[in-house]
Design a protein around this ligand. Structure first.
Ligand SMILES: Cc1cc2nc3c(=O)[nH]c(=O)nc-3n(C[C@H](O)[C@H](O)[C@H](O)COP(=O)(O)O)c2cc1C
Length: 224
């Protein structure tokens, strides 16, 4: 394989959702380079239908203080509804990914309190020093949401390539109204999800989680 194919394979296989970060922030130059690479993501007609708010420092600390309480008080405002339920094979995969995470963390399935505690860490961004909130401007819909997903994956691969880590989080879309207010985001920009990122904590059990993938036979149909 050419060198860059090997490098790509390494990066794409190394990327995992990491759920424990060190407090050290990235430099402004690193942030700039990473987001410039993410912006190379493709989009329909090159419309680049993404607006990204990157939150760090004291602004992020304010959110870390307030979001858990908002969630526990039931103040949920999602721009894109999600009830977390899946059927059939998708449900099996959902269960397997939860199992992979909780077993990496040494949390037994029946220990609801520790599972809840681990889940709540979504709202403190797994201690990450940065969060990217990904917004889709109105009137964009499903097609442009795919573009946003491509941006997100390119961003996460750019982070992995530098030895950094990330976790994409639907949970960070649970308080869209509150985040719009805190970040002074235009009401026509709808929050899809957030990505916590930074230097991974190498000692954290949560970061040992490795998920499986379905075999190609389960989802690719080659025609000739
Ligand atoms: C759009 C999106 C939203 C996600 N939301 C969450 C989330 O709210 N909390 C979380 O811990 N993981 C979340 N994940 C991470 C998935 O659980 C993870 O990608 C999946 O289990 C595969 O594992 P991997 O990313 O380590 O390969 C999300 C992933 C994606 C792509």
């Amino acid at each position: 394989m050419p060198d860059h194919a090997t490098a790509f394979s390494t990066v794409v296989r190394e990327r995992r959702s990491l759920r424990a970060f060190l407090p050290d922030p990235l430099s402004p130059a690193e942030l700039q380079a990473i987001f410039e690479e993410a912006a190379r993501a493709p989009s329909n007609c090159n419309t680049q239908p993404w607006v990204v708010h990157v939150v760090s420092g004291s602004k992020l600390e304010q959110l870390r203080e307030t979001l858990p309480g908002e969630f526990l008080a039931g103040r949920i405002s999602m721009d894109f509804p999600y009830d977390g339920t899946y059927q059939g094979v998708y449900k099996n995969r959902q269960y397997a990914s939860a199992q992979a995470l909780y077993s990496a963390m040494g949390i037994p399935r029946e220990d609801k309190a520790r599972r809840q505690e681990a889940f709540m860490r979504n709202f403190t961004f797994f201690d990450a020093p940065h969060v990217a909130f990904l917004f889709l401007p109105e009137p964009f819909g499903l097609r442009e949401a795919c573009d946003l997903g491509m941006f997100a994956q390119t961003l996460m691969l750019a982070l992995t390539a530098r030895g950094l880590g990330s976790c994409p989080q639907t949970a960070l879309g649970f308080q869209a109204d509150q985040l719009r207010a805190a970040l002074q985001v235009d009401p026509s920009h709808k929050l899809m999800f957030g990505i916590s990122f930074g230097h991974p904590d190498p000692g954290a059990a949560a970061n040992n989680c490795v998920t499986e993938r379905a075999s190609l036979d389960d989802f690719v149909i080659f025609h000739s």
